[in-house]
Design a protein around this ligand. Sequence first.
Ligand code: XMP
Length: 509
Amino acid sequence: LVLVLDFGGQYNQLIARRVRECNVYAEVIPYTTKLEDIIARKPKGIIFTGGPNSVYEEESPSYDKAIMEAGIPILGICYGSQLMAHKLGGQVLTAPVSEYGKTEVEVEVNSKLFEGVSPKTITWMSHTDYIAKAPEGFKVIGHTPNCPIAAMEDEAKKLYAVQFHPEVMHSVEGQKMIRNFLYNVCECSGDWKMDSFVETTIAQIREKVGDGKVLLALSGGVDSSVAAALLARAIGKQLTCVFVDHGLLRKNEGDEVEAVFGPNGNFDLNFIRVNAQERYYSKLAGVTEPEAKRKIIGEEFIRVFEEEAKKIGAVDFLAQGTIYPDVIESGLGKSAVIKSHHNVGGLPDFVDFKEIIEPLRMLFKDEVRKAGLELGLPDNLVFRQPFPGPGLGIRIIGEVTAEKVRIVQDADYIYREELAKAGVDKNLGQYFAALTNMRSVGVMGDGRTYDYAIALRAVMTSDFMTADCAQIPWDVLTKVANRIVNEVKGVNRVMYDCTSKPPATIEFE
Ligand code: XMP
């Protein structure tokens, strides 16, 4: 067990997650926890977190100096490092130059903390105070041009301190440092497994929610589905999920979501499916400009959700399937932008709730999937490829109609089925069929046709910011093309999109 003593920093849960990644169990506890309670739990190590305050201010969170004399290894991070210095007789001052962002630190690689770390390593800094003078007995083991004591240690007392944040991804070798602290300093055995995440989170949700009511907008994507499953297991019918079927989902997808979360599914919750297809189609009629389409789809979602939320009335919590990369994307150091089904800001404005609950906030996508499987969600939900909020609306070039939705759904279904059969789907980042707005002449039987062309897209990508066109085996492609023109009414031509991103994008609009 490693205890993460919380001094109010932003990444405290993340520190615990990083420790768990090293197969060492970690828990975050408030800094108000009594020393005797901490010692009674016999932690192998303690991590002091960052925090927004200055240690030299009276009212700042602090801790009994005795904790550093208890023989338990301690790693202080940011505010935690300053607190260690301050308490042990060092000096903490406002830094002449505050550091914020990626910063190269020169470290002493002979330290147990930096074993295997490059002598110059990129870390994430975010501080206005700094340690100006290390306490007696401490050795400086890291510095930057603006931060003379970026890391320090008292090896004999097993006290370590770093000014930067090793827990965030931007600290390139941060995880290595945390591992070094756990294995080299705390002598942890590393035999804990991640699989109790679900159990612990369920317990935390129960404690937080009590007998309150929770509302979640369920999109059917991986994140909101796993969040729904976790919440349902934790609080059952205190959870209401609103699933808006905007008629722009892939074939059968609405029914698949309902099969899992609806009354005949495996979870005990209030499931509300809103069949808003007609509303969306009528709003989209005659609209061809991509951004206008996106806007309509986003706004209509808010309207539909608002109507449902009004029917439900006040809730205590609004749940969101925010995952850690969303938190990162919205900018470290700021709180997360609230994400909704369509990444539309302002969703909660009209929902009467007291607090947001984000059970997946500290998880990465692969962990979310693992949790989903543990919760008993089917593979088709857990391993779903990314699907944009505006759905097929941006995979139909030009005007959206019910007929075009049917065409692209059927073509896409065939494409996915054949790629899965050929076993090539697993290596692809994203793949789908789109409906071009182009009609061309063909011949079928003895007759002339004048029908739509389907475009097939498949890309390889790691971050979706750039992507390469995937090389689907030719026989698979021709089989897909054949099936589509034969089985999907209204299509007489199939094309494969060979462009990379940039200059194209992954989606068509
Ligand atoms: P593009 O087309 O910009 O897409 O190359 C990059 C990735 O983002 C997804 N995407 C969206 N996801 N809401 C989303 O949640 C959206 O409005 C949206 N637009 C694009 C796209 O599917 C791809 O994975």
